[in-house]
Design a protein around this ligand. Structure first.
Ligand code: SF4
Length: 141
């Protein structure tokens, strides 16, 4: 079983209630080859929600308490983002998942890129970083 970002499977779970539909990913879910997750919703954040980005680092820095995740309104949602990532990790362990295909540029799911100060920089989202530390092979679609 492969874990996938739910927005890639067509769920409208992005901050603005849209999705990032990817036909191949959706078909994997339909064929029970992949399990969709949204760490931000699983952490208790609402949809829609204000967009957010990692300040002063990436997901690894968040896990090491060197960086925080802040919304466009200045609210610190780091705790909920970490909680959602931990919920995904629980599911990974339950399913014995070894791979995850995650949406790029998200502060949760970004695999090689995240937004910072309105631009795109190299780095991982916090859920991606947590899964990688678990030994899960993560990749973008
Ligand atoms: S947290 Fe991940 S799954 Fe949820 S909307 Fe953002 S990129 Fe998609």
């Amino acid at each position: 079983m492969i874990i996938v970002s739910a927005c890639l499977a067509g769920f409208n779970c992005r901050y603005d209630c849209t999705n990032a539909y990817d036909k191949l990913i959706a078909e994997m879910v339909i064929n029970k080859k992949a399990f969709p997750v949204c760490p931000e919703q699983m952490g208790g954040l609402p949809t829609p929600r204000p967009s957010a980005e990692i300040k002063n680092g990436d997901g690894n820095d968040v896990l090491e308490e060197k960086a925080r995740i802040i919304t466009i309104y200045g609210d610190d949602i780091t705790a909920k983002m970490i909680k959602g990532s931990e919920e995904v990790l629980k599911l990974v362990r339950m399913l014995g998942a070894k791979e995850a295909v995650l949406k790029e540029k998200s502060p949760s799911c970004g695999v090689t890129m995240v937004y910072r100060n309105g631009g795109i920089v190299s780095g991982m989202g916090v859920c991606a970083a947590m899964l990688k530390r678990e030994g899960v092979e993560i990749s973008p679609p």
